[in-house]
Write a protein that binds this ligand. Structure first.
Ligand SMILES: [Zn+2]
Length: 260
């Protein structure tokens, strides 16, 4: 099973990165994609992926929260990072109108520029969309025929938005959000509507500790070693075999990000 969303550069992992990676392996995780969210984090993600070569890969990009940092120099440096072997996608990039840490205008400019960069480099994109579906689709759609693949990570949208993403040919990343009995039930009901070849699974660690995980770690920190729990739960709600789903979603990740 492959974890497509690990924020391994988070300060929450600074003290025990090696143990976190080892625990993931022992839990049956077969690979992970380390998320880059701005230029320094993308550089750090690439360095970690090199350190754990063959088990970790990374993305290079600027998250919508950090979109105000986007400029021509950062674009060049993200482009340079993207040439590295372990960097397999541009992102995470997209729109987040939930908190607007950068203005919508800044977010749209940074998103469009990263789509153009990914198209120029013919690289997959790792996308983030929150409360911004209509603008997200409007900006993304013109680029889709130039992008080899695209995944909307941590999908939390509604049925109509899911149908929209699927009709555009996007793959969908599901996190432990779906394990939340307060806010994850609507998404849980949509799980069977995602074709298995478009489904990817992720922890988004250290965020989004699955609320139904037992026992809970004292730190409340999410880790990639909890991916098997998410796989089991998603398989149950899709009425599929967990081991089979783990293999299928691992295969999807390797195909989408073109991993050796
Ligand atoms: Zn995200």
């Amino acid at each position: 099973m492959f974890d497509i969303g690990v924020n391994l550069t988070s300060s929450q992992f600074a003290k025990d990165t090696a143990q976190v990676v080892e625990r993931a392996r022992e839990a049956g995780v077969t690979g992970m994609l380390i998320t880059g969210t701005d230029l320094p984090e993308s550089e750090a993600a690439s360095a970690l992926a090199r350190q754990y070569r063959g088990f970790c890969w990374s993305t290079a990009g600027v998250h919508p929260h950090q979109a105000s940092s986007w400029n021509d120099d950062i674009a060049l440096q993200i482009g340079a990072l993207a040439a590295r072997e372990e960097v397999v996608a541009i992102g995470e990039c997209g729109l987040d109108f939930n908190r607007n840490f950068s203005t919508p205008q800044e977010q749209e400019a940074a998103f469009s520029a990263q789509l153009a960069l990914a198209a120029e480099l013919a690289m997959p994109v790792f996308l983030h969309c929150r409360d911004a579906h209509a603008r997200f689709v409007a900006l993304l759609e013109p680029w889709l025929d130039k992008l080899p693949a695209a995944v909307v990570h941590c999908f939390t949208g509604n049925e109509e938005e899911l149908a929209g993403c699927l009709s555009l040919g996007l793959s969908v990343g599901i996190t432990g959000w779906v394990c939340d009995e307060r806010r994850g039930l609507a998404l849980r009901a949509l799980l069977p509507k995602i074709p298995v070849d478009r489904l990817l699974l992720e922890t988004d660690a250290p965020y989004l500790l699955p609320r139904d995980l037992q026992p809970k770690p004292a730190s409340r920190r999410n880790e990639p070693c909890f991916l098997p729990h998410i796989v089991r739960q998603v398989a149950t709600w899709r009425q599929e075999d967990a081991q089979w789903l783990a293999q299928e979603t691992d295969r999807n990740a390797r195909r989408l990000f073109r991993l050796a």
